[in-house]
Design a protein around this ligand. Structure first.
Ligand code: SAH
Ligand code: SF4
Ligand code: F3S
Length: 444
């Protein structure tokens, strides 16, 4: 086929897996319209930026990149520039785009991705920016075409939105209220993926443990996992994120009983201080979190637990921070995402007068990292000499003679092997442990 007349698109994504998966849908929609992908901004006919608002640095990156598009648009006036994602859900952000980035053609939000074909058709280069952002959506749009990044592992949305309103977090304002997909739709998607040869699925939601609460026929997250465990061909099931306040006994039982559900739990605790947890509206205490970790470790001894931690939430004292360190030491996390608290306009914590100075935040952050690194290394060293099952994902980014993949516990491991193994599950013996990665060799 002659491709020269085909329009080319480029989608750039910031943010979490939810956004990555949204971009897979955006790309699917564009390809169904006949667009083909390019990685070169200069030759693109349509550029879409899918944005994130969770922390200030995510936001700044988008503005920087948008500025750069001004020149490209000048050289190619027919280029269509669209911006979508979490940032666009905020009116003040849209105002900034309208005032300072008038070269943007289309703005849409997180709730109307499915409207993209109409938006492209309706927009007019000579007219003002086309803005279509919905505050929330009631129905879930099923069966959008999806161009998946991999052909052996896939994301599946099981729910959208969030009702928790942690006081630091912008996500409930950008993603609307919690809505669960019907189990039959999720199962249909998993079965289709398995027919296409997919081996691993990752279930996505801001708080998967409250899955099913708003369905007419109530289904719990544990029940959903049991159903998915029966889908033939799917060998691994992952999920994120678990909120500690909603993690049930049933889920722990399920993880113990179902062979396909991976031995990994991402369980953000954010802070170890009861006072700060209360101010964050997290609805659990340090003691409750630690008890939960102990219970999980007792039921599933070789599980990997990872977490998210915020340093420098308003009002955090040295004592509060030491509680955080204590939770880290007790819980022995395999790894953690650590964040400096970032003021998000529109959230309750942004109004707090007691903001922590940057230098204190940074010092605490570095101290925390040292403790985490030591524990991660110790956890990884425990695996030396052991045999682990690895889903081979790609040629190693740092060493093209090696492959890299993920263990059941979601650890990154590098080893020698043939490229043809990508997408299959192999046995690997662990030889070397580093802080964030493992190295090993394939065994028969
Ligand atoms: N729904 C998930 C997390 C979504 S956001 C959950 O509840 O666990 C991912 C992480 O970003 C959060 O866990 C938190 O650690 C961090 N985060 C969110 N808002 C933040 C802010 N204003 N400043 C710093 N980190 C933040
Ligand atoms: Fe944000 Fe809290 Fe919802 Fe997670 S649970 S998305 S941290 S409000
Ligand atoms: Fe995700 Fe960022 Fe939105 S973390 S939900 S893309 S604000």
């Amino acid at each position: 086929m002659n491709n020269t007349n085909q329009k080319k698109y480029l989608v750039v994504t910031w943010g979490c897996q939810m956004n990555e998966h949204d971009s897979e849908k955006i790309e699917g929609i564009l390809e169904s319209l006949g667009y083909i992908s390019t990685s070169d901004k200069e030759e693109a006919d349509l550029i879409i930026y899918n944005t994130c608002l969770v922390r200030e640095n995510a936001e700044l990156k988008v503005y920087g990149n948008l500025g750069e598009l001004k020149r490209i648009k000048r050289e190619n006036p027919n280029l269509i520039i669209a911006v979508c994602g979490c940032m666009m859900q905020k009116e003040d952000v849209r105002k900034v785009i309208k005032e300072k980035y008038s070269h943007v053609d289309i703005i849409f939000g997180t709730h109307n991705i499915h409207k993209l074909p109409e938006l492209i058709e309706d927009h007019d280069q000579k007219m003002n920016m086309l803005v279509d952002v919905w505050n929330d959506s009631k129905e879930i749009i099923e069966d959008l075409p999806t161009k998946r990044k991999y052909d052996f592992k896939a994301f599946i949305n099981i729910m959208y939105g969030c009702n928790n309103f942690c006081t630091y977090c912008i996500v409930p304002y950008t993603r609307g209220r919690e809505k669960s997909r019907e189990p039959k739709d999720i199962l249909k998607e998993a079965k289709r993926l398995s027919e296409q040869g997919y081996k691993e699925i990752t279930l996505l939601g801001q708080n998967v443990n409250s899955y099913g609460k708003n369905l007419e026929e109530k289904v719990s997250f544990a029940e959903l996992l049991y159903m998915l465990n029966d889908v033939e061909g799917i060998e691994r099931i992952r999920f994120m994120t678990s909120h500690p306040k909603d993690l049930s006994e049933d889920l722990i039982d399920e993880m113990t009983n179902c062979d396909k559900v991976c031995n990994h739990l991402h369980l953000p605790f954010q802070s170890g201080s009861d006072r700060i947890l209360k101010k964050m509206n997290r609805k659990y205490t340090k003691r409750q979190y630690l008890t939960l970790v102990d219970k999980i470790r007792k039921a599933i001894p070789d599980i990997a637990i990872t977490t998210d931690i915020i340093v420098g939430f308003p009002g955090e004292t040295e004592e509060d921070f030491e509680d955080t360190i204590e939770v880290v030491k007790h819980s022995k996390f395999d790894s953690a995402f650590t964040f400096l608290y970032s003021i998000r306009e529109g959230t309750p914590a942004a109004k707090d007068k007691d903001q922590i100075p940057d230098d204190i935040k940074h010092t605490r952050f570095n101290r925390l990292l040292e403790v985490l690194k030591e524990i991660s290394l110790e956890r990884n060293k425990n695996l030396i000499g052991k045999e682990v099952k690895v889903l081979v994902e790609e040629i190693s980014k740092n060493d093209s003679t090696k492959l890299s993949g993920r263990t059941d516990t979601n650890k990154l491991i590098h080893f020698e092997g043939n490229e043809s193994l990508i997408g299959s599950i192999v046995n690997v013996k662990v030889n070397t442990a580093k802080t964030w990665t493992l190295e090993g060799e394939i065994i028969e």
